[in-house]
Write a protein that binds this ligand. Structure first.
Ligand SMILES: Nc1ncnc2c1ncn2[C@@H]1O[C@H](COP(=O)(O)OP(=O)(O)O)[C@@H](O)[C@H]1O
Ligand SMILES: [Mg+2]
Length: 359
């Protein structure tokens, strides 16, 4: 604590002497400017600013501010200063409380440095990740694309062999040929799936209100048209809507409902339910079936490309759920699954905040 009269120090306590690093005699009679550098950290002229602050305090409004002070040995330190006007025996004095905050400032500066460094690192990693993703997408796009023409050749020549050389081939030869053609058809579906998946990553989202109940209904009626023999109980909750891209959500529902349809093929009294519920202010949609189900130990694996838990008895490419995941992620949502072997499966998803500036 220091006391000033007419701009000069008239008294101080031992703490003030410690802060400024001098003896009492070296301080009394001096001005605050004798213990300040000519300029403050922001470049302001110290004496102009000091005058203003002192005048404002004397005029009746106490001042609290940060100040760059100078110790007796010439080194600077940042301080918190609180100035008030007091009257003693009819005389006007200023009372100043000065606190050395250089240590706090140094820590703040260090933290700020870390924060900046972290921000830069995150931005760098994000850019790297975006580039890697982009490269991966264009890689899988061109690979899939380029695989098509040799595949078409294999398929075409196999078909010619089967048709024009039928009498030369024995039964075993013809069966092998049939397998080749089957395998090329399967590979063609895999390529279609990969192409669709890579397109989902790069095309822009067109977000608008989407009637998910209607979309689920048309997805199911397409399946029913293809397979009119199957009797399935279908429950679709009415009035489900989302703010999303309608093409993407069609792809998502077609995959989930298509799976439910496929994995209930051998189920007596099969049932598929498409619904939603509100959970912590968020709408969670679900597609539930009572089909073959799956082992929960593999619940996360399902969403990887080419990951299939069930064998050849259920046709498929293993790209459907990877596609679902991509759609959900593009919308800022989440997807997860629950299943019990032999009892059925339920796939949940949210369509959160929309990433509309996709490149
Ligand atoms: N409704 C479901 N019931 C049981 N298992 C499922 C269901 N949906 C998906 N799965 C499991 O997840 C795997 C991956 O699904 P998906 O990516 O759609 O591939 P695909 O349908 O081509 O097999 C499936 O092969 C299956 O093992
Ligand atoms: Mg599928």
């Amino acid at each position: 604590m220091l006391t000033l009269r007419d701009g000069r120090f008239t008294d101080c306590n031992p703490k003030a002497l410690e802060i400024f690093g001098c003896e009492r005699d070296a301080l009394l009679g001096k001005t605050p400017m004798d213990f300040s550098p000519p300029q403050q950290l922001d470049g302001a002229d110290s004496s102009v600013l000091a005058r203003k602050t002192i005048d404002a305090t004397l005029a009746g409004s106490p001042q609290s501010f940060e100040w760059l002070h100078r110790r007796a040995d010439g080194s600077n330190f940042e301080a918190d200063v609180h100035l008030t006007a007091v009257t003693l025996d009819g005389e006007s004095y200023l009372q100043g409380h000065v606190r050395d905050i250089s240590e706090r400032k140094a820590i703040e500066k260090e933290l700020e440095g870390y924060r900046k460094g972290l921000e830069e690192l995150v931005a760098l990693r994000t850019r790297e990740l975006e580039t890697a993703n982009h490269e991966l997408e264009s890689f899988s796009y061109s690979v899939s694309h380029d695989l098509r023409s040799p595949l078409r050749a294999i398929n075409g020549y196999s078909s010619i062999l089967r048709e024009d050389y039928a009498d030369v081939l024995d039964i075993t030869g013809a069966a092998y040929l049939q397998r080749i053609i089957g395998a090329t058809n399967r590979m063609s579906s895999l390529i279609d799936g990969l192409l669709a998946l890579s397109r989902l990553g790069s095309s822009a989202l067109q977000t608008k209100p989407v009637d998910l109940s209607a979309a689920a209904e048309s997805s199911l009626s397409r399946l029913q048209e293809h397979d009119p023999e199957r009797k399935i109980k279908i429950v679709i909750h009415p009035g489900m809507t989302s703010a999303s891209d309608s093409h993407f959500t069609d792809v998502l529902l077609d995959n989930l409902i298509g799976n439910a349809w496929k994995f209930t093929a051998q189920t007596t009294r099969a049932c598929i339910e498409v619904g939603s519920s509100e959970e912590s202010g968020e709408t969670v949609f679900f597609v539930r079936d009572n089909g073959v189900g799956f082992d929960m130990a593999y619940a996360d694996k399902l969403f990887g490309v080419f990951q299939r838990l069930h064998g050849e008895e259920h046709e498929g490419t293993g790209i459907g759920l990877a596609t679902v995941k991509r759609v959900v992620e593009r919308h800022g949502g989440r997807v997860w699954a629950e299943g019990v072997v032999g009892e059925g499966a339920c796939f949940y998803f949210t369509l959160g905040a929309v990433d509309s500036d996709a490149s």
